[in-house]
Design a protein around this ligand. Structure first.
Ligand SMILES: [Zn+2]
Ligand SMILES: [Zn+2]
Length: 58
């Protein structure tokens, strides 16, 4: 089923730089390497999560 953390996009917007890729508009964001987004840790960048995993965590 679709990962709700990334809405199935497989990528999540970097919270640290608000998806800008740069901290404070100057320094390249270390968390996302300047990409502004990174592979979703919940689904491992697949955009999908297995149902049993979800049931276990809830
Ligand atoms: Zn995800
Ligand atoms: Zn970032």
């Amino acid at each position: 089923m679709k990962c709700k953390d990334c809405n199935g996009e497989s990528l999540v917007k970097c919270k640290k730089c608000s998806g800008e890729g740069f901290d404070y508009g100057i320094h390249q964001c270390a968390s996302c390497s300047g990409e502004g987004e990174y592979a979703c840790p919940t689904c491992g960048g697949t955009g999908k999560v297995k149902l049993f995993k979800k049931l276990k965590s809830s």
